[in-house]
Design a protein around this ligand. Structure first.
Ligand SMILES: [Zn+2]
Length: 263
């Protein structure tokens, strides 16, 4: 695979087991994947314990941590505690945050929206990007993010229509293209990827939670899958790998504040 350094923009390194990580530490750099964005799911994930990642010995590896409380883990959410963590940890992004219809029995839509707004407010105050996790509540999510002019980020795991994709682009967001685009059954998503400029697509795996579909076999999606995701994006768009990879890398770079540090 060509030598451009690649980024996995959504990878739960801190939630991976030792064995998975050992494989990943070897395979990801070999596939050219040297940068990882690690989302937070609870106040104490994402940023606080990245000790397992010490397994990466390659000096070119860069790991960027986010702070965020996922809509399925809002039981202890407190705006004060969240802002305090943001001050202490100085995350490079806020995420993954958003709305998820599947958790509404546990956390009402109203409660999810209020936690979402609170985290978006912190992101805007710090002038950093956000990683959105939105399931089944896109219209509402778009209404809420429009309350925060200037907010920017990635819609993680995007799987919607071209029309919905364009709504998010207009609202200042990039779309996270993940392992689902490799699944021929995901027709709507593949259609979207074929018509959205790679300037607005960033690659992600959501490891260790997703699979790649390889015929009848399900193979865990690890970050070394990133070149395949870019290759498939290029194929769906009728473009070559190098140009698509370069555009997607540019898209990632637009998110990174100039002075950002890494762990
Ligand atoms: Zn995730």
């Amino acid at each position: 695979m060509p030598g451009l350094p690649l980024t996995d923009t959504h990878c739960h390194l801190d939630l991976m087991s030792g064995e998975n990580l050992a494989v990943l530490a070897e395979k990801a750099p070999a596939a050219g994947v040297l940068t990882f964005f690690v989302p937070g799911v609870t106040l104490n994930s994402g940023t606080s314990d990245l000790s397992p990642v010490k397994i990466f010995t390659n000096p070119s590896i860069k790991i960027f941590s986010m702070l965020g409380v996922h809509p399925g883990y809002l039981q202890d959410f407190s705006e004060t505690a969240f802002q305090r963590q943001a001050e202490i940890r100085q995350p490079f992004m806020i995420g993954e945050i958003g709305l998820d219809r599947r958790y509404e029995e546990r956390f009402s839509g109203e409660y999810q929206a209020s936690c979402f707004r609170s985290q978006l407010g912190t992101a805007r105050e710090l002038d950093i990007a956000v990683s959105l996790h939105i399931v089944g509540r896109h219209e509402k999510a778009l209404r809420i993010i429009r309350e925060f002019p200037g907010i920017r980020g990635i819609v993680h795991g995007f799987s919607g229509s071209p029309e919905l994709a364009r709504e998010y682009l207009r609202a200042g967001f990039l779309l996270g293209a993940g392992p689902l685009i490799l699944n021929p059954a995901c027709r709507k998503l593949r259609k979207t990827v074929s018509v959205i400029s790679p300037d607005y697509l960033v690659p992600e795996t959501d490891a260790p939670f997703l699979f790649r579909y390889d015929g009848s076999r399900k193979i865990p999606a690890q970050p070394d899958l990133i070149p395949d995701i870019i290759k498939e994006t290029a194929r769906l768009q009728g473009k070559n790998y190098e140009d698509t990879a370069a555009a997607m890398i540019q898209a990632v770079n637009r998110l990174m504040p100039a002075n950002t540090g890494h762990l």
